[in-house]
Design a protein around this ligand. Structure first.
Ligand code: NAP
Length: 277
């Protein structure tokens, strides 16, 4: 099968590495020639171009550009494809994309591989990034079953754990476990930078706990801003819930209510493993 990828960055490049390794003929399109050259040199794709013409004959096309470019990219590439080509995207937000693309191109399956790093660009592409990671598909009632089946097969080949959700449910769930945490983690980093007298000591003492809690806040700023822009209502809802819980913690500490604070921390200790199993 010939597979195309538009947007040869962290996610597009990583998909290319694994799909090429599995024996698929993978071709890519990106914005910069240097990115195309690197993608070929690391064998993420067998050929890459700035031009959509390279995508002739692809059976499955991944759109892995930044979120803000996905809809425009799909609209621009449709004339270069056979109507049998299945398009899937990897964007971290699904509802606005699925709503815009489904009426234009029925052979479209929304998707989101739930794996990443703090890095960006083709240089950060990794083998087996999606292994054992959740991969969500968000078909609608009108999505052709053969298209869902084909994307499902590829997700299984990547070794990911497949889940289905509606685009709306997906966006609300990822706001809680991914998008709001980016904002919370970024706010934590800025909180630590706010005390200039202690800054150097704090930087020297920061270790594994800070690495864990700051990781997602220290990632790709463009991606974080797009998550908030395209999933605004769900992100605001999650952040306001968080604000209430934080206000509760502040109140326990102000009131020196140690039993209630202990109970709160016991609950969170109990609940955490169910998100990570
Ligand atoms: P990235 O590393 O910045 O890669 C995006 C690549 O897209 C860039 O390297 C850029 O390539 C290319 N590009 C930008 N605009 C383009 C355009 N108009 N046409 C063609 N190529 C274009 O970002 P990423 O982290 O891989 O994110 C890509 C997508 O994956 C996003 O939709 C994001 O929501 C989704 N996603 C990200 C993560 C994550 O944790 N990072 C996880 C899951 C899903 P050039 O170098 O050629 O400019």
């Amino acid at each position: 099968m010939k597979i195309g990828i538009i947007g040869l960055g962290l996610i597009g490049g990583s998909l290319g590495l694994d799909l090429s390794e599995q024996g698929f003929q993978v071709v890519g399109v990106s914005r910069r020639q240097t990115t195309c050259d690197i993608a070929v040199s690391i064998k993420a794709v067998s050929a890459a171009s700035l031009d959509f013409e390279i995508l002739a004959g692809v059976e499955l096309l991944f759109i892995a550009t930044p979120i803000g470019a996905i809809s425009a990219t799909i609209k621009a590439v449709i004339p270069y494809l056979s109507p049998d080509t299945i398009i899937t995207d990897v964007a971290s937000v699904k509802q606005p994309i699925v709503e815009e693309i489904t009426p234009l191109y029925p052979n479209f399956v929304g998707g989101h591989p739930m794996a990443g790093t703090a890095d960006q660009g083709i240089e950060s592409a990794l083998r087996h990034l999606f292994h054992h990671a959740p991969y969500v598909l968000t078909p609608t009632e009108s999505t052709p079953l053969e298209a869902i089946e084909k994307v499902k097969q590829i997700v299984n080949i990547l070794g990911s754990k497949l889940y289905f959700a509606t685009p709306e449910q997906h966006d609300q769930a990822v706001a809680l476990i991914s998008h709001a945490p980016v904002m919370i983690s970024a706010a934590l980093i800025e909180t630590c930078c706010g005390n200039s007298e202690l800054l150097e000591l704090a930087q020297n003492l920061a270790s594994s706990g800070f690495r864990d809690t700051s990781r997602v806040g220290g990632g790709n700023p463009e991606l974080g801003a797009m998550m908030a822009k395209y999933n605004r209502n769900a992100v605001l809802f999650a952040l306001k819930q968080y604000q209430q819980n934080l206000a509760q913690v502040i109140s326990y500490i102000e009131q020196e209510n140690w039993p209630s604070l202990t109970q709160f921390l016991e609950d969170s200790q109990l609940h955490r493993p169910s998100f990570l199993s």
